[in-house]
Design a protein around this ligand. Structure first.
Ligand code: COA
Length: 258
């Protein structure tokens, strides 16, 4: 079964629902309508008893270039009810096992969504980055809370303040990914792990995940909202406008005034 919307594909097999970013010509950057499709797919997976596990994957050469920057200019997510923030709340509260298979660049939300996954497998070409400051905005997806918890404060600060990419081996070292394999094997490995999980008791998997995530949950949802408020405000400010315009004009941004 494949959904008619082509930028996001959803395929269901043996209890595993696989969501694939399918906008390779734009480096799998995510538009407003794709956020809605992603949130819908996760909600459908929550409510469908036949779905026991969800996998998110991209292409062998690109996971996702993050938010579509043109879309940021045309349809900025200014309030908490914007599709991107709905997706993030659905993602952060998704109750079944969630796996990701990451090859190539994972930029912005392409990296921060991984903080919400239970298992992450990476191709050795994976490059993770959170360049929010370079775009004149601030962290999202609860990453200002989860990055320091997962990476340690200094590594999180380096990744979020400098916004430079770190590679699969570094992500493995800090525990952001479970295993690094050749890119052509990554989706297969992730599917294999997903199928293992789907043969287990869903009740037990869900209760284990709930308990694992419980400590952080209320604070995480509050942080996602707080970040959304800041992000929405900053999108309208001159630094972000300069960064997005520079990207569209394929030049370096000039932040000297901001
Ligand atoms: N939003 C909109 N379009 C994007 C995009 C994004 N986030 N990322 C890439 N694209 C588009 C490019 O504009 C280009 O379109 P064109 O062919 O019409 O000119 C196309 O995708 C290919 O991108 P390109 O930059 O040439 O590919 P690359 O292989 O050299 O680099 C990336 C890949 C992902 C490293 C690079 O595209 C990138 O850094 N993208 C921006 C990431 C970003 O800042 N995201 C926002 C995070 S909040």
């Amino acid at each position: 079964m494949t959904t008619p919307a082509q930028d996001i594909l959803v395929h269901q097999e043996q209890g595993v629902s696989t969501i694939t970013f399918n906008r390779v010509d734009k480096k799998n950057s995510i538009t407003t309508s794709m956020y809605t499709q992603l949130a819908d797919a996760l909600e459908a997976a929550t409510n469908d008893a036949a779905v026991r596990v969800v996998v998110i994957q991209g292409d062998v050469a690109i996971f996702s270039a993050g938010n579509d920057i043109k879309d940021f200019l045309e349809r900025p997510p200014l309030t908490r009810d914007a599709p991107v923030f709905r997706f993030l709340r659905v993602l952060a509260t998704f109750p079944k096992p969630l796996l990701a298979s990451v090859c190539g660049p994972a930029v912005g939300i392409g990296t921060t969504l991984l903080f919400h996954c239970d298992l992450v497998y990476a191709g050795d070409n994976a490059a993770f980055s959170m360049p929010f400051v370079n775009l004149g905005v601030c962290p999202e997806a609860g990453s200002s809370l989860l990055a320091p918890q997962m990476l340690g404060y200094h590594r999180a600060a380096e990744a979020l303040l400098l916004g430079e990419p770190f590679m699969a081996e570094a992500a493995l070292e800090v525990g952001l990914v479970n295993r690094v394999v050749p890119p052509t094997e990554c989706n297969m490995l992730t599917q294999m792990q997903a199928k293992k999980l789907s043969s287990k008791s869903l009740v037990s998997l869900m209760e284990t995940k709930r308990l694992l995530k419980k400590t952080n949950q209320a604070e995480l949802l509050a942080r996602i909202d707080e970040e959304a408020d800041s992000f929405g405000r900053m999108l309208g400010e001159p630094a972000a406008k300069e960064a997005f315009t520079a990207f569209m004009e394929k030049r370096a941004p000039d932040f000297s005034q901001f």
